[in-house]
Each structure stands twice: as C-alpha cells, then as structure tokens.
Design a protein around this ligand. Sequence first.
Ligand code: CIR
Length: 281
Amino acid sequence: MNVLGDNFAIKTVIMRGIASTLAGDALRMNDVEPVDMKKAMEQHETYYKIFKNQLQLNVIVLDADDSLPDCVFVEDPAVVIGQIALVTTPGHPSRRKECDAILKTLQSFKDIDIKIMKHIDPAANLDGGDVLFTGDEIFVGLSKRTNEAGIKVLEVAFPDFSVISISIQGSLHLKSVCTLGGRRKILIGSDETSTDVKTQIEKKSSVKYEFLEVKDIPCSANSVYLEIDGKPTLIHPSTTKYPLTGQVYKDLQNIRKIECDLSELSKVDGCLTCSSLLLTV
Ligand code: CIR
C-alpha cells in the first residue's frame, strides 16, 4: 500500500538561513568553484518563496548559525515521516550540533513523536540525505555518512515500513543520485554510481518502480516531490540550463512542475532536497 496522499500531505516546511561561513568552511567533495554568497542567498530566497507563496505552505526559517557552516542543509539532521521524527547523528562531526535547533523546532509540534538517534545508539550515524521514502518503503544509503548502526535505528524508528539498505560509494548521499519523481517513479542519474544504485533497488525492492534517467549535471536527479491537497508537485532543476536533464522533466505529465536553481549551494554538494525538511503537521 502506498501511503502518500492525504495522510502524508505536506503542510509545513522547515528551512534555515545560510551561514556566512558557508563559502569558506562548508564541507565539500571537491574544491573547484568558489561559492558566490550573494547569488546563493538569492537562490535560497527563491526556493523559500516557492514553498511559501507558490505552494502556500507554512514555512519556518531558522536563523543561520555561523559556527555551523553547513546548517542550511536541514534535511540531514532529521528524518520525518508522518508523525514520527528521528533526530539523527549526522555522519560528519562538524554537522552534529545542527541537530539542536532542529530538535527544538520539532518539539514545538505536539503531534510529532520524536526519537533521538544518539540516545538509542551512540555509535549510530545517519544523514537524512541518505533516506528516500517512496510512500511504500524506505531506501537508505549505506554511505560515507550513514553506517549500519544508523540504518538499524532507522528500522526501529519507522516500524511500519520496510527499510532497504543501498550501498553508495561514488556520491555523498543516496539522494544525491536518486529521488522520487512521482508515485512509484524514481528519478535517477546515469553515471556508474547511479546505475549501481538502480540495480540494487530493482533487486531488493518488493515494489516495481519506473526509473526516469536524467543526465548532465551533478544533482540532476535530485528534485523535491510533494503532494499538497492531493496535487502531486515536483520542484526540479532548471530545464533550460540543463537541456538533457530538462527534457525528462518536460516530459513528465499530470504533475505540477516548478523549476528551481540552487547552483551555488550545489558547489558544496547541496541539492534541491537538502535545504528543506518537509512535515505533514
Ligand atoms: C555536507 O557535505 O554535509 C554538506 N556540504 C552538503 C550536505 C548536503 N545535504 C544533503 O545532500 N542532504
């Protein structure tokens, strides 16, 4: 049974400002292009306005903390599915303090049952960017940031869904290479890492997914899928800037589509899903 829809309709979005230290100190896999902070802020503001004005959701924006250069990436410190939130222990130590503000915010929702990973197993690590909930099941990347103990805690925290571990090597997170593009549709990259992920999903899942293969940029398969008042909606990368990727998005039917470009944050490995935490409350 796929549970997306009414019970899992998104109502609230948690975001966080960009730390002024991001350009100099954020973690990054390669150090090629400098981040233009002004442009990053403008793009982040556009992302905010999509949720707030276009989608009319309740958006909570937490203050940035300059001692936490990666704090804008609120997807990693928590996994929220329905009424259950798991506050994670992110895999990189420099990101662990980001959890404090997220925990405090989640605690302001009385309907959310909060579990705290470090209290369950101090050796467990998990980044929310490794967790892909499809409505049917939960895929979780076994990655540089997420370990076996973290996956065990995820299983215990969300007993209503099967948790399927996908080993990922060439990318930061599972969702760096694949995200949901609709019900039972998975957007996926076309490089070696993505192909390996696809093979694992096909082998391990009990659900049949349609795979939509995208090419040409890092994070091209990373889009935000949400259902609001029964309306499927996809916030996806620019179709004009990235034509190969763009055609796949253009061809998607029966879904509201909104383009968003977070190219500056992508220089420090942040994709579209990373800067928001979606809640059904
Ligand atoms: C990091 O390496 O932790 C950040 N610079 C990027 C985190 C991106 N988050 C995500 O994919 N969920």
